[in-house]
Design a binder for this molecule. Sequence first.
Ligand code: SAH
Ligand code: SF4
Length: 356
Amino acid sequence: MDYIYDLSFDELQDVLKPLNAPKFRAEQIYTALHQGVAVPEITNIPKDLRAWLTTNFNCNLPEIVTVQTSRDGTKKYLLAYRQTAESEPDLIECVLLNQNYGNTLCVSTQVGCRMGCRFCASGKNGLVRNLTAGEILAEVLLINHLNSTPTTRGVTNIVLMGSGEPLDNYDNVMKFLRLVTSPNGVNISARNISLSTSGLVPQMRKFADENTQVNLCISLHAPNDELRQQIMPVAKRYTIRELVDAAKYYFEKTHRRVIFEYSLMMKDGKPFNCAVGQARELANLVRGFPAHINLINLNPLHFDANAVLTPPSREIAMAFMDAVIKSGVSCTMRKNKGDDIDGACGQLRLRHMEQK
Ligand code: SAH
Ligand code: SF4
């Protein structure tokens, strides 16, 4: 059965046509859906139209399995999509962060992930399936609805940084971006959305050609190919040089500053990617175009029993950041928000699955 949240406004108009309903019904339904109102509660449309929708479409928003609230106000939701009442749920997570400029929701784009990065819980058990555009949208609609007040929006910014590699689910993610920015929908500005990729070069170039104003973030995590290949299998397909060239292309096309994400890691107790010399190596890679480096300390890996990869001390992290800045590249350190509640990508889902 088709998922109602997958429909664009035009598609919704088309499916309603045979019913000969007044034209404004499509607008009423689309607006209500995008406000996160469940179909049975759209009371400004006739009861039999509501019944027609629920019989002909899957109209379910995701189920909330758990919500955890962190000391800093971060809320982490474990959500489930279920095809039938009996089937095993597909688990995904999203995180709502309160920031001084608004509320950022981190959404998932796939159930699991097949990129296999060593430090990431989402990739640990591979890819289960892609989420549809409507399923990604429904994460936003549900959480926005739950956290909105009469005067404020629950979600003002979106980052595609939950589980999944967004550019590995390209068409659905592009449709999601069109739906979530549509003016008669939840209408989040493209400039308030960031898409993070582990670096699928051809798709990055294609995305640049879409000419959106979405911010692009690239998970770099190493200053050279040899090290990157040890922690990210995708590095065997594309070199850092190709990655940086694609990033430059994205900037040329969109004029949006590209962000490189870099998680600081120790391996067997020694700096793996966070020695001062590596900071200079990193700066040399991205100097000369408007890029920014976002550092974050590795979130400890509860699934890595031997803890080969661990976060560095504050001193090591600060010395690294200073060295990048001194080398002439813009760089900040991101706080590990919500790390008392399995803050890192995929950790909540993985813990839940392991406890079963
Ligand atoms: N698949 C995309 C987006 C989701 S991950 C990507 O990889 O870019 C969001 C960010 O969290 C990525 O930069 C990812 O590399 C990083 N990440 C994953 N696990 C982490 C961990 N344990 N500690 C710190 N950062 C982590
Ligand atoms: Fe997938 Fe991103 Fe995790 Fe890598 S870091 S396994 S690409 S979700």
